[in-house]
Design a protein around this ligand. Structure first.
Ligand code: AKB
Length: 316
């Protein structure tokens, strides 16, 4: 059985990936490594929990050694909008943290999953059906760290044979843990406001199309890729994955099918608008489909109805 450590385990992806992995591999075999956010009670009660600051290589390595870890899901990252406020901190967390993880994976012979993002593309990448292999000249610090991360993961695979794998996530939507400091965050916030106040003011223009995915598909992608037959993998770092692409206006229209009184208004934040305009509208995920059988379950209508149902239960 695998022995897994998830760093960034209390964040938006980690807080749902840890329970999903525990279901597959057993509670005791999946260590949740948290840092900034306090863990929920069920994360601590169900299995091992350790504080892991990815920037502290020694502490990171000690946890890997203590639990005889053979697979790391390395998730800590400062997201796009936050990274523009403090680019040096973003470099430290996203790159110094990552190089620590890669060195530890090399030393302790661990396989490692590292998420990249649509942010690894820039304004001169093709916008529609962005190919797996194409121009990557992002203009955000977050994007720069994501391209660097992809290259570092390839380097550790080719130079040292470390089993590095990753996907380029689009904006992720979930009802459990809020994202923090991303450009795609509106697609989560809108559901809270729709249920609580029946109105939402969006910081992006109504026709800003971006690639998105519902969290169950994002978790499935990570677990499925780490289980994939390595002989079939041509790309490794990092696979384009996608599930749906929509604009704020289209999302609001879909929500209105469930909450007819819902109203959306717009008050554009130039920083986040600029970032969103530099990203693809939708990725081409055919390599992920061919090389490891990627197949998302949720589209816009099924995501919206599940989100509203689960979130309204959560909000009581
Ligand atoms: C962000 O908006 O920064 C992230 C991402 C697309 O990687 N959600």
């Amino acid at each position: 059985m695998k022995r897994i450590l998830v760093t960034g385990g209390t964040g938006q992806i980690g807080s749902e990936l840890v329970p999903a992995l525990r279901e597959v591999y057993g509670n005791e075999n999946v260590v949740c490594g948290g840092h900034k956010r306090n863990p929920s009670e069920d994360l601590i009660e169900a299995g091992p929990y350790e504080v892991v600051d990815a920037v502290d290589a020694k502490a990171y390595a000690e946890v890997v050694k203590k639990y005889k870890i053979d697979t790391i899901y390395h998730l800590p990252a400062i997201l796009s909008a936050k990274a523009e406020e403090n680019p040096m901190r973003a470099w430290e967390v996203n790159i110094s943290g990552l190089i620590n993880a890669l060195e530890i994976a090399r030393e302790f012979k661990c396989a490692i999953f590292v998420p990249s993002s649509i942010a690894a593309f820039g304004p001169n990448s093709p916008k529609w059906k962005t190919p797996q292999d194409t121009i990557q000249r992002p203009r955000t610090m977050y994007g720069v760290t994501k391209v660097t991360g992809e290259l570092l993961c390839d380097y550790y695979y080719f130079k040292y044979g470390v089993d590095t794998r990753g996907v380029r996530y689009p904006g992720l939507i979930s009802y459990k843990t809020l994202p923090g400091g991303g450009t795609t965050d509106y697609a989560v916030e809108i559901f809270y406001e729709a249920l609580k106040n029946k109105k939402y003011t969006c910081y992006l223009k109504e026709d800003t199309r971006m690639d998105m995915m519902y969290m169950p598909d994002a978790l499935k992608a990570a677990i499925q890729l780490m289980e994939a037959d390595p002989n079939r993998l041509i790309h490794r770092n990092a696979f384009n994955v996608t599930a749906m692409a929509f604009t704020p206006k289209e999302l609001a229209e879909e929500i209105r099918k469930h909450i007819p009184e819902f109203q959306i208004t717009y008050n554009v934040d130039p920083v986040r608008q600029n970032i969103a305009d530099s990203w693809p509208d939708m990725l081409d995920d055919s390599c992920a489909k061919q090389e490891w059988g990627w197949n998302p379950e949720y589209d816009l209508p099924s995501m919206v109805s599940d989100m509203l149902e689960k979130l309204s239960k959560k909000l009581g």
